[in-house]
Design a protein around this ligand. Structure first.
Ligand code: BJW
Length: 232
């Protein structure tokens, strides 16, 4: 891979699984315990805001007790040591990439640790619960919601992601099922741009056939191995 200079990495729930954060679609995952249309759509929130706020309050509290694993650490090392362009686009709403030390990250599905005020549009770092309808620190309205992207909403910073893809020589997808668009379509976008593509996942994902190369195994093994190879 000596001709690789610019890299876009897409991460999903599988990268945080070994830190003890539930994935969505695996056995025992979040969507087995909750109906996706109830907790991850604007319509579900309008129908039963208490249910949705409790669901996110519980997860916001839980992630703060979790620690980055060897996969997050390896990607943070790559971020530190890679001279070319690098963008870690994560679908994850946890902050484990950043806590491992990665700087060049983008949270396309938002973050648990922000509250978004639907009255004034301000985003505020938020570590506590939202169930009691606290006031927005900017405008005082009691209109805060989790700053995460639900089905039917537009993921964040799509222009920046596509700009990075257009400059990339390598697209790597880590720990994601390839079930949710537009992220699931990045591999095909990359192929159209003639970018080399690599998948690192526990098992073949829904999009495996689109990748030039797939390596299967736990993220804490396959990601450090790949980073070591790349940095050599
Ligand atoms: C391991 C591991 C280990 C486990 N090591 N690996 C019909 C066709 C096409 C699209 C649509 C359609 N109908 C509707 C749509 C669009 C819709 C969509 O994709 N729906 C699908 C269900 C088909 N998408 C949207 O609505 C998005 N918005 C949108 O499209 O706007 C329009 C637009 C158009 C064009 C350009 C731009 C925009 C919004 C999607 C929002 C998703 N939100 C969620 C919730 C976030 C908040 C929260 O956390 O609660 O995001 S849903 C959930 O899924 C979450 C995740 O980020 C996302 C992806 O999940 P992920 O990360 O892949 O997790 P899993 O569990 O699915 O997979 C884990 C993987 O890890 C597995 O493969 C395991 O094997 C692996 N693994 N352990 C390595 N140790």
């Amino acid at each position: 891979m000596t001709d690789i200079r610019n890299i876009v990495i897409l991460t999903g729930a599988g990268v945080s699984a070994e830190s003890g954060i539930d994935t969505f679609r695996d056995a025992g995952g979040l969507w087995e315990q909750h109906k996706v249309e109830d907790v991850a759509t604007p319509e579900g929130f309008a129908r039963d805001p208490d249910l949705v706020l409790r669901f996110y309050d519980m997860r916001r509290e839980a992630i703060q007790a979790k620690q980055p694993n060897a996969a997050h650490e390896a990607l943070a090392r790559l971020d530190r040591e890679w001279d070319g362009e690098l963008l870690i686009v994560t679908q994850n709403v946890d902050d484990l990439h950043e806590r491992a030390g990665a700087k060049r990250t983008l949270h396309m599905h938002g973050t648990h640790l922000n509250a978004w005020c639907t009255a004034c549009d301000a985003r505020t770092r938020w570590t506590g619960p939202l169930i009691d309808r606290p006031e927005c620190p900017k405008c005082g309205a009691r209109s805060l919601r989790p700053d995460v992207v639900w089905f039917g909403e537009m993921p964040y910073e799509m222009d920046r992601i596509y700009a990075a893809l257009r400059q990339a020589d390598l697209f790597v997808s880590i720990g994601t099922s390839g079930a949710v668009y537009p992220a699931a379509g990045f591999v095909r976008d990359a192929r159209e741009l003639r970018i080399r593509t690599l998948e690192l996942n526990l098992e073949p994902s829904q999009g495996s056939r689109w990748f030039h190369e797939s390596r299967h195994g736990p993220a804490t093994q396959v990601v450090p191995q790949w980073v070591e190879e790349l940095l050599g």
